[in-house]
Design a protein around this ligand. Structure first.
Ligand SMILES: Cc1ncc(COP(=O)(O)O)c(C=O)c1O
Length: 392
């Protein structure tokens, strides 16, 4: 039985992958036939500093020889060191480590409910088209009903409004509201950066109503948009944020950070997870932060993001089927009026991996430390792909 047969025989069919990857290095992947691909998906914004980053790989290997796990009944070195990095790069808050984006968002939701429990406030206002993960509370927060189909009844206590509609947020706030929760840039929902007025307006509304503002930075966090956390583009601080994906550059790790003023809400016994903040996962996270400093990753992301955006904007103007190009840093969306699958397939055949988002958006999430040559290579493949699709 070859590996594909074993995959379909033994792996539950929740995914439908067609390609088998064997190796990754930097911005490139190789399939089992030895074909090389430029990866503009980065494992869906996980391997932000490239596949098998040497620093991360070494940190994992060294830590694996020393100590893997002891549980949170005991202190270990790497968790507080990584929490310090996150705290100092962000709003100087306090960190809880977990394992995934959905779990980090569950933590945010529990935090908001616990905060509101003595005020009879439990509702969370979320955004239409948002995505917060596949666990039941994260699904209830997610603003795309199709993900919830068949998994009802929905968890109670979530209200949805249109992303960007400040009046709708204002009208949705009631004496039951505990928090507003949003992605600073809608990721799965179509790569839609929020307007500054919207994010600042939500912050103000939350302050006026005395409720929490929470940012899901699972996809946008750890530099994807050119700042360590996307809310930093908007000159505000949330009460809490969730992280995961790129925090371990491939090592599974999630986190949430609360403002210090809220540290009394989640006290011993209220929230926990066996694998949260293991020495191994946090060793990877620490290596990520060191690599960002050493390689000027945020600056590169801003520079390459700007170049990519300008190139794609100009390209979009050439083709009628491109209706919009949007982005922040190296999180870029191209809306097309042709099937997104056709674009992905053609680019893939030429050795470029792209993603979709929403119904009609091509999503680019390249590595943040990619070189001029790598960026140029990817953009030229997109250009060629569009040219060919225009001629069919
Ligand atoms: C904004 C956002 N939140 C949460 C999640 C869920 O993260 P995970 O798949 O690690 O549970 C995702 C995943 O794509 C995401 O993009």
């Amino acid at each position: 039985m070859d590996i594909r047969e074993k995959y379909s025989k033994y792996i539950l069919g929740t995914y439908a992958p067609a390609v088998f990857f064997e190796k990754g290095e930097g911005s490139y992947l190789w399939d089992d036939n030895g074909k090389k691909y430029l990866d503009f998906a980065s494992g869906i914004s996980v391997c932000n500093i490239g596949h098998s980053h040497p620093k991360v790989a070494k940190a994992i290997a060294d830590q694996a020889q020393k100590l893997l796990h002891v549980s949170n009944l005991y202190m270990t070195e790497n968790a507080p060191l990584l929490a310090e990095k996150i705290s100092k790069a962000g709003f100087n808050g306090k960190v809880f480590f977990c394992n995934s984006g959905a779990e980090a968002n569950e933590g945010l939701i529990k935090f908001a409910r616990k905060w509101g429990s003595d005020k009879s406030r439990h509702e969370i206002i979320c955004m239409n088209d948002s995505f917060h993960g596949r666990t039941l509370a994260a699904l209830a927060a997610t603003g795309r009903a199709k993900y919830r189909e068949g998994f009802g009844p929905d968890l109670e206590g979530f209200v949805h409004v249109d992303y960007g509609d400040l009046e709708a947020v204002r009208n949705a706030i009631s004496d039951k509201t505990a928090a507003v929760m949003l992605e600073p840039v809608l990721g799965e929902g179509g790569v839609r950066p929020a307007a500054v007025e919207f994010i600042q307006g939500v912050r103000q509304l939350c302050d006026e109503a005395g409720i929490l503002m929470m940012c899901d930075e699972v996809q946008t966090g750890i530099g994807r948009t050119g700042k360590m956390f996307a809310h930093q583009h908007f000159g505000i601080e949330p009460d809490a944020m969730s992280l995961a994906k790129a925090l371990g550059n491939g090592m599974p790790i999630g986190a949430l950070m609360l403002q210090c003023k809220h540290e009394g809400i989640l006290v011993p016994g209220t929230h926990a997870t066996t694998f949260g903040g293991t020495p191994l996962a946090c060793a990877a996270g620490l290596a990520v932060f060191e690599a960002y400093d050493e390689e000027n990753v945020l600056e590169n992301c801003q520079k390459q993001g700007q170049k990519a955006f300008e190139f794609l904007k100009a390209l979009g103007e050439k083709y009628d089927f491109v209706s919009e190009v949007r982005g922040l840093g190296l999180m870029i969306g191209i809306d097309v009026e042709i099937p997104t699958g056709d674009v992905l397939k053609k680019a893939f055949d030429k050795g470029l991996i792209l993603l979709t988002a929403g119904e009609k958006t091509i999503r680019l999430l390249p590595t943040l430390n990619l070189s001029d040559t790598e960026l140029q290579e990817g953009l030229e493949i997109i250009e060629k792909t569009f040219e060919e699709l225009n001629n069919v």
